[in-house]
Design a protein around this ligand. Structure first.
Ligand SMILES: NC(=O)c1ccc[n+]([C@@H]2O[C@H](COP(=O)([O-])OP(=O)(O)OC[C@H]3O[C@@H](n4cnc5c(N)ncnc54)[C@H](O)[C@@H]3O)[C@@H](O)[C@H]2O)c1
Ligand SMILES: O=P(O)(O)OC[C@H](O)CO
Length: 350
C-alpha cells in the first residue's frame, strides 16, 4: 500500500501543487494513486466547486485554464478528506489555519506526517508562532515546510523553477519525491524554521515593492527595497530563532533571495500594494476587487510582526521596512513616507 496524500486547501497555490502531487502520485508506487483535496465549498455560477473539479478537472475559480489530474479528488468535508491520510499538505491562507486544525483534531491517523506550504506567522503568548508549530502542536505529527520562488500560475504551467523543503530525514525525502518534477526542482534544507520565516517575511517586503511601483519609482529603488528587506529578514530570523539555528546559506536558497525577487516583481502582495499606493482605496476593498477570492498575506503578517516585536520588547525601529509597511497599511501613514523611513536604515551603518 502506498501513502495516502491529502491536500488541505484548494486555492491558487493549493490547486497548482495538486497538479504536481497528483501527477507524481499516479506514477510513483510510494504513494496511493488518488489524492484527496479538501475544498472549502462554494458555488461558482450555480455549481458546487467540488463538483466542477471532480467533473471538469479544473479549479475554474482559483486556477483557471489549468487541467488537474483526474486522480485529484475534491472533498468538501474536511474530516472525510483527512481521515485515512498518511501525508498532509497544508496550503491555505494563514488566516484560516487555527480553525482548520481545530476541526481536524482527533481525525488524523497515527504516524501521519505533514508539510506546510503556508507563508505566514502568528502571535502566541510567548511571542512568535510558526504555522508549522501550530499544526504540530494541534495534531501531534511531524511537520516539514515547502517554500520557494513559486508563483502558482507559473508552476501550474510547468515553467522551470526551484523550491526548498525544510525538514529532516525520511519525511523530507518523501515530500521531495511527492513534489519534484522535471520543471520543479526541490532541495532539502535542514534549517526548516529559517526556511519558513523566509516565506512569511518576504510577503511584507513585497508590499514595499508594490509601494515603489505605485509611486512610479524605478529599478534602483526596487533593488534597495529587496536588499534592505533581505537584511531585515536575516536580522529577524537571528533575533527570534536560536542564533545557531539560522544558517546564512538558507537565504541563498529558493526560499530566500529567489522568492524575494519573484514576489517583488510578480506576486499578488506587490500588485495590490501598487494599487493601494495609486488609488488610496482600502486593502480589503482592493483584495476583493482584484483577487477574486484569493487572499493577501503580507499586510496581515506586517501587523502580526509588530505584535511579536512588542511582546519581546524589541524596538520597531530596528526593522524600519517591516514597520513602515505596517504603518502605511494600518495606521494611515502616507505611502511616500515608506521611503523616508528607509533613509536612515541601520543597514547603512553610521
Ligand atoms: N498563490 C501563490 O502563488 C502562492 C505560492 C506559494 C505560496 N503561497 C502560499 O500558500 C498559501 C495558500 O495560498 P493559495 O494561493 O493557495 O490561496 P488563495 O489566496 O487562493 O486563497 C483562497 C483559498 O482560501 C479558501 N478559503 C476561503 N475561506 C476559507 C476558510 N474560512 N477556511 C479555509 N479556507 C478558506 C478559498 O476557498 C480558497 O481555496 C498562502 O500562505 C500563500 O502565501 C501562495
Ligand atoms: O502572490 P504572493 O504575493 O502571495 O506570492 C506568491 C508566492 O509566495 C511567490 O513565491
Amino acid at each position: 500500500m502506498g501513502k495516502q496524500v491529502c491536500i488541505i486547501g484548494s486555492g491558487n497555490w493549493g490547486s497548482a501543487i495538486a497538479k504536481l502531487a497528483g501527477l507524481n502520485a499516479a506514477s510513483n508506487p510510494l504513494f496511493e494513486k488518488n489524492v484527496n483535496m479538501w475544498v472549502y465549498e462554494e458555488l461558482v455560477e450555480g455549481r458546487k466547486l467540488t463538483e466542477i473539479i471532480n467533473e471538469d478537472h479544473e479549479n475554474v475559480k482559483y486556477l483557471p485554464g489549468v487541467k488537474l489530474p483526474e486522480n485529484v479528488i475534491a472533498v468538501p468535508e474536511l474530516t472525510d478528506a483527512a481521515k485515512d491520510a498518511d501525508l498532509f499538505i497544508f496550503v491555505i491562507p494563514h488566516q484560516f489555519i487555527a480553525r482548520t486544525v481545530a476541526t481536524m483534531k482527533g481525525h488524523v491517523k497515527e504516524g501521519a506526517a505533514a508539510i506546510s506550504l503556508i507563508k505566514g506567522i502568528n502571535i502566541t503568548d510567548s511571542g512568535l508562532g510558526l504555522i508549522s508549530d501550530e499544526i504540530r502542536t494541534a495534531l501531534g505529527i511531524d511537520v516539514s515546510v515547502l517554500m520557494g520562488a513559486n508563483i502558482a500560475n507559473e508552476v501550474a504551467r510547468d515553467q522551470f523553477c526551484e523550491s526548498t523543503v525544510g525538514g529532516f530525514g525520511e519525511n523530507a525525502k518523501t515530500f521531495k519525491a511527492l513534489f519534484q518534477r522535471p520543471t520543479f526542482r526541490v532541495s532539502i534544507s535542514e534549517d526548516p524554521k529559517t526556511v519558513e520565516l523566509c516565506g512569511a517575511l518576504k510577503n511584507i517586503v513585497a508590499c514595499g515593492a508594490g509601494f515603489c511601483d505605485g509611486l512610479g519609482l524605478g529599478d534602483n529603488t526596487k533593488a534597495a527595497i529587496i536588499r534592505l528587506g533581505l537584511m531585515e529578514m536575516m536580522d529577524f530570523c537571528k533575533v527570534f530563532l536560536s542564533e545557531g539555528e539560522v544558517k546564512n546559506q538558507t537565504f541563498m536558497e529558493s526560499c530566500g533571495v529567489a522568492d524575494l525577487i519573484t514576489t517583488c516583481y510578480g506576486g499578488r502582495n506587490r500588485k495590490v500594494s501598487e494599487a493601494f499606493a495609486k488609488t488610496g482605496k482600502s486593502l480589503d476593498e482592493l483584495e476583493k476587487e482584484m483577487l477574486n477570492g484569493q487572499k493577501l498575506q503580507g499586510p496581515e503578517t506586517a501587523r502580526e510582526l509588530q505584535g511579536v516585536l512588542t511582546n519581546k520588547k524589541i524596538s520597531p525601529e530596528r526593522f524600519p521596512l517591516f514597520t513602515s509597511v505596517f504603518k502605511c497599511c494600518y495606521e494611515g501613514a502616507p505611502v511616500p513616507d515608506f521611503l523616508k523611513a528607509l533613509e536612515n536604515h541601520p543597514a547603512h551603518g553610521n
